[in-house]
Design a protein around this ligand. Structure first.
Ligand code: SF4
Ligand code: SF4
Length: 221
């Protein structure tokens, strides 16, 4: 666990940080990713999300894989090899973002890595920092997938309640088939069923992916 220096911070909290790219903080971290982040990284490497998940993630696409010495696979000699499409946690460090099921948002400031050469600035706010890091589309995507997960959990709970006398566990075929994390696989099925074209942009693909997942959640609890 990374020590937390301050928590319950909001977007107007004074904060500024300039990373000096010393490459020390890309080791011994669990980088969790969502389907949008996977799609951005897959586009960066010009491969499908299916191939990305198989080659670069663990736990069915939930975390980026690391090397045997626990360094991120995307850390090159000159820095992050996928910098333009790096995940949200990498953009925010040394901040962390939290959102609860009501949509309340807050931030924590983490203890920077030992030997971190980054410089804390005396000007700016968390809001400014988020803008500098290009975090907005990532935060919107995280909110959207979190809302979906909460809805899935609500439906699963009500199904379990309805089925409490039964002996079988409720099915979760989307998770089993990987459609939750694998945007390309999900869209191939969804578009084929409806004779639609798979959109090109990651943002449009994400919207359609969410549409498909909401529909399937309701159809196949
Ligand atoms: S994706 Fe890039 S910034 Fe994030 S941990 Fe890996 S190398 Fe570091
Ligand atoms: S350790 Fe600090 S300065 Fe070095 S790359 Fe990470 S955030 Fe930037």
């Amino acid at each position: 666990m990374i020590p937390v220096l301050r928590t319950k911070l909001d977007r107007q909290t004074p904060f500024g940080f300039s990373c000096k790219q010393c490459l020390q903080c890309c080791t011994a971290k669990k980088i969790q990713v969502n389907p949008y982040e996977i799609a951005r990284l897959a586009r960066n490497l010009d491969i499908s999300t299916t191939a990305f998940i198989a080659r670069y993630t663990v736990h069915n696409g939930s975390f980026l894989q690391t090397t045997h010495n626990k360094t991120c696979l995307f850390l090159g000699a000159e820095g992050c090899l996928v910098h333009a499409d790096r995940p949200l946690v990498c953009r925010l460090y040394p901040l962390a973002r939290h959102v609860n099921h009501k949509g309340d948002e807050w931030f924590s400031e983490l203890q920077p890595e030992q030997g971190c050469r980054g410089i804390h600035k005396k000007t700016g706010t968390i809001e400014n920092y988020l803008e500098e890091q290009g975090a907005t589309p990532y935060m919107l995507a995280a909110n959207s997938y979190l809302n979906l997960l909460w809805e899935m959990m609500t439906i699963l709970e009500s199904t379990t309640q309805d089925d409490k006398d039964g002996t079988e566990e409720p099915e979760n075929t989307m998770v089993e088939n990987g459609q939750l994390m694998d945007m390309d696989a999900a869209l191939n099925i969804y578009c084929q069923e409806r004779e639609l074209r798979v959109p090109r942009s990651v943002e449009k693909k994400m919207q359609m992916h969410l549409e498909a997942l909401y529909l399937w959640t309701k159809e196949k609890p």
